[in-house]
Design a protein around this ligand. Structure first.
Ligand code: ATP
Ligand code: ATP
Ligand code: MG
Ligand code: MG
Ligand code: MG
Length: 259
């Protein structure tokens, strides 16, 4: 047969396909926990919202923004996080598979590494994994529509899950709770929470209702110089907020994020 030395690298490489994302577009890499329905049961997450599990996700997202300068914003809810990369990014040469695999593996490693900080009493029973995909958005308007879609999804799911788990905790079976909620509108769900459980939906923690946004913020602070005189220093910090990103107000107040 032919010796291995005769195989030309260019020939072998020619089978790889170019998967470069369209230039000058916002790139969103969305990751999502694989089978977290099971993962959350095995690790006895509080239902419907385990606050520490969400804090762990948020902490991993902060680490992402600290590691990758081209991620300008991220939004997370439940077991998912969307990472927005700036239009001009040359991160991974804009190759989708490189980018997604890097983001997913870094996030997964962080999740495992930080687990004990958020669950000091709970053993991590098996290694979690995340899937990911990259999508291009050609304008900031469409990017904002994408983010609004995720936040609407967060709201709809949270309202449903809050009702569902209140019904289950009050003694209904899961299928009874499901039947009770079938076809109900948002207003009816809010009324059910108030009337049966005395819960005002709008008073629930903002992190549960709005999800989490992670972005950089310039913080002015007064430091002392060598002579002991005060000097203004500004410092960029990655912060977590639970704000409404559907309304334009947030974006008007933070123009530098999508500039
Ligand atoms: P897939 O692999 O298709 O994503 P999945 O089981 O992860 O399947 P999702 O639609 O991603 O399904 O939903 C994630 C599930 O993980 C939720 O339905 C919820 O049960 C659970 N979960 C995730 N985060 C939390 C949390 N902070 N508190 C309680 N439960 C959570
Ligand atoms: P990139 O991020 O582009 O992959 P890289 O630094 O990982 O950059 P590679 O071409 O993948 O570069 O090479 C991996 C490098 O890691 C090797 O050059 C070597 O220095 C080091 N390395 C990996 N495995 C081992 C090992 N088992 N023992 C010693 N060094 C190793
Ligand atoms: Mg999935
Ligand atoms: Mg999932
Ligand atoms: Mg999910």
């Amino acid at each position: 047969g032919e010796g291995i030395g005769r195989v030309k690298p260019e020939y072998v490489k020619s089978f790889q396909f170019e998967n470069k994302l369209m230039p000058s577009t916002w790139i969103v890499v969305r990751i999502d926990g694989c089978h977290f329905h099971r993962f959350s049961e095995v690790h006895e997450f509080e239902k419907p919202n385990d606050e520490q599990a969400l804090n762990l996700m948020n902490s991993c997202a902060v680490a992402m923004l600290e590691e990758f300068v081209d991620i300008v914003f991220s939004y997370g809810v439940s077991d998912e996080y969307s990472f927005v990369l700036k239009k001009t990014t040359q991160f991974c040469h804009r190759r989708a598979s490189d980018m997604v695999s890097l983001i997913v593996s870094f996030f997964s490693s962080m999740y495992v590494r930080k687990w004990k900080d958020f669950f000091p009493q709970k053993e991590l029973k098996y290694p979690p994994s995340f899937d990911g995909r990259a999508v291009c958005y050609p304008s900031s308007e469409i990017l904002r529509d994408y983010l609004a879609w995720r936040q609407v999804d967060c709201h709809i799911n949270n309202q449903y899950n809050t009702c569902f788990w209140m019904l289950v905790k009050s003694g209904k079976t899961k299928s009874e709770a499901q039947d009770t909620l079938k076809g109900t509108q948002a207003r009816e769900k809010n009324e059910l929470l108030i009337q049966q459980f005395g819960i005002n939906y709008h008073m629930l923690p903002a992190m549960f209702r709005q999800g989490s946004s992670v972005f950089r913020k310039k913080e002015g602070k007064t430091a002392m110089d060598k002579g002991g005189d005060p000097v203004e220093r500004s410092q960029v910090k990655v912060i977590v907020d639970h704000c409404n990103i559907i309304e334009t107000r947030f974006w008007d107040e933070h123009p530098s994020i999508l500039d």
